[in-house]
Design a protein around this ligand. Structure first.
Ligand code: FCB
Length: 453
């Protein structure tokens, strides 16, 4: 039988992504730990606890797993509250521990990609107003300078801030993240300060390490009009797209911050990405609804008949990743897919989700677009923020009480892809047979990308 082989360019980075608070455990000095202690914040009253016990040293075994599975990169984050437990007081031991992780990654053949802010803040920062207080900008820059100076011989790719768009909304408008704000004006203010903090970090990192690659991980969500012929649905989908997807990247491109509330010039932010970092999970359809002013007069729901994850959190809509890649490519920057994945404890959906999304990345490299890497979310089940342990995103299952790891079939599937630097029809047949005809349609089925499984 003829095989199809979707090959990736030499040097393409394959790995998984993690975040400090989600894997380290015992992060007692940040706003998330405090938030978890208050009832009602986390699903089923779950807590991060020991998480995946990376701070206890289990990062070593987990990175052994990554290396054995053919990955050549790993994205992890640094916990600000460990490095700077109180203002301007540095914990050199914590910095050394992060050096050890970065070095441990390199020793295993994994290129370290390091995130400097992934949703959690030191308590002293949150107590002084968090991200709505512009004073955070120089404080973040000071912390970034400290970390980059200490790790520059080991790390060359930096993600300043993870998903500033989603973070601003969840922490300041939707009340799901600490500090639990419910004010859209504050969310926009936080988005502005996050943009400026990124810009300050970008300039600082380049001063310290001119040859580094600096960007952020942007959460892209596809918004499609529920009734494409309806102009109000089209307007509503566009409004969400502008606020969620376009606001921060536009400011980083041309220095203009154009929210629906106010416009401002931020010239220091213009041109502050060396690459475009994309986190993509799912797509939504949007219907105009005049009774919903808080969500830009619209309601969002998953496309009818979509292939949903077990809790209904994610719909398998790979066309949205294609849309995200096309949009990112319009900036002319190299692209990294910094996160992509699905919660699925039984691993029934994950293999076809993985295959279908990697196929979209291949469509882009096949057009010679400069996509440089793909990071799956995530290696081992971890503490999923307000969803606690109810959402399982790992290639490996974790039993948090015993710290036991159990391999899911997707880990092997991903290993085949990473090792071959390609997605082939054989591996899809072996690991995601139900998606075979979707991805490799028999004669007569045109437009395979547009159909769902
Ligand atoms: C992303 C976050 C990451 C993880 C995944 C499921 O939005 O960056 O920490 O929670 O979602």
């Amino acid at each position: 039988m003829i095989r199809a082989v979707h090959s990736f360019p030499r040097g393409f980075l394959w790995g998984t992504a993690t975040a400090a608070h989600q894997v380290e455990g015992d992060n007692r000095n940040n706003d998330w730990w405090a938030w978890e202690q208050e009832p009602g914040h986390i699903a089923l009253g779950h807590r991060s606890g020991k998480a995946c016990d990376w701070w206890g040293g289990r990062w070593r075994d987990d990175l052994d797993r990554s290396a054995a599975d053919g990955h050549n990169a790993h994205r992890f984050s640094i916990e600000w509250s460990r490095v700077e437990p109180t203002s301007a007081v540095w914990d050199e031991g914590a910095i050394d521990a992060y050096r050890e992780i970065a070095k441990g990654a390199l020793d295993r053949g994994l290129m370290p990609v390091v995130t400097l802010h992934h949703f959690s803040n030191p308590l002293w920062i949150s107590e002084s107003g968090g991200w709505v207080n512009p004073e955070i900008i120089p404080l973040f820059e000071r912390y970034v300078r400290k970390v980059v100076t200490a790790l520059q011989d080991l790390v060359g790719i930096w993600v300043t801030i993870n998903e500033p768009n989603l973070y601003a909304v969840l922490a300041y408008a939707m009340g799901a993240f600490p500090p639990g704000g419910k004010d859209i004006g504050k969310a926009v203010r936080a988005a502005r300060n996050l943009t400026l903090a990124h810009a300050a970090a970008y300039h600082a990192i380049h001063e310290i390490q001119p040859g580094s690659l600096v960007g952020l991980a942007h959460h892209y969500r596809a918004f499609w009009p529920a009734r494409p012929a309806n102009p109000l649905d089209r307007w509503a989908a566009r409004a969400r797209w502008r606020m969620v997807n376009d606001l921060i990247p536009r400011a980083l491109a041309d220095g203009r911050f154009r929210s629906l509330i106010w416009n401002e010039r931020l010239p220091q932010a213009a041109g502050t990405q060396d690459y475009f970092g994309l986190n993509y999970y799912t797509a939504e359809t949007i219907a105009f609804d005049p009774s919903q002013p808080g969500t830009l007069f619209s309601r969002g729901f998953f496309p009818e008949g979509s292939d949903l994850s077990p809790t209904g959190f994610i719909a398998n809509e790979p066309e949205g990743l294609w849309e995200a890649l096309s949009w990112a490519h319009s900036t002319g920057l190299p692209i990294f897919v910094m996160e992509n994945g699905v919660e699925d404890p039984t691993d029934r959906l994950r293999p076809r989700y993985l295959a279908a999304h990697i196929r979209q990345v291949w469509r882009a490299v096949n057009f010679a677009w400069p996509v440089r890497g793909y990071f799956f979310w995530t290696l081992v089940d971890n503490f999923e923020w307000e969803r606690g342990w109810t959402h399982r995103f790992g290639l490996w299952e974790l039993v948090p009480e015993t710290q036991e790891r159990r391999k899911r079939p997707s880990a092997d599937f991903f290993r085949e892809i990473c090792k071959a630097n390609a997605l082939s029809s054989d591996t899809v047949a072996a690991y995601a047979p139900e998606a075979f005809e979707w991805l490799f349609p028999p004669k007569g089925r045109m437009r395979p990308e547009a159909t769902t499984a």
